[in-house]
Write a protein that binds this ligand. Sequence first.
Ligand SMILES: [Mn+2]
Length: 181
Amino acid sequence: MASVRLLLTTDTHLTPRYPNRELPAELWERIDAADVVVHAGDWMDPELLDGFERRSRRLVACWGNNDGDDLRAHLPETAVADVGGLRLAVTHETGSAAGRERRCDARFGPGSATPVDVLVFGHSHIPWDTTTPGGVRLLNPGSPTERRRQPVCTYMTAEIRDGDLLDVTQHALAPGAVRRD
Ligand SMILES: [Mn+2]
């Protein structure tokens, strides 16, 4: 059966405020290798979306609270797609960690208006991987450029085989791989 390689990222925060910041080469290599690329918003630089669209075989993406009108004109607040037999949603914000699973079940769980198997989100820059009581896998890949209080910058890969989400892996970027200023 077909397998689908996923690259998950969010909160790339490329902004003129940090003119030397760029997306780590390792992440571009993962984007090139993926069947489906997911970005959960806060791109900030519209040119980065152009780059993702050029280099991704398939892109599933949304805008974040720091994205301007140009990005919002090209992306939804929440994207939903069928990927490898799974229903996948991507949205930027899910609120605070407390109560996240309950809120995500209400929005995306069984019986909701938009039931999905997997929800990719961002905003906190804190990696997250849990499954709600309703069975929705919640994944925040963390930021590849702006780690804030986390020890390292991160992204995630996963694979869908026979309709199952497998091999969900959080990758730490080496400090030298990230130009942050
Ligand atoms: Mn944000």
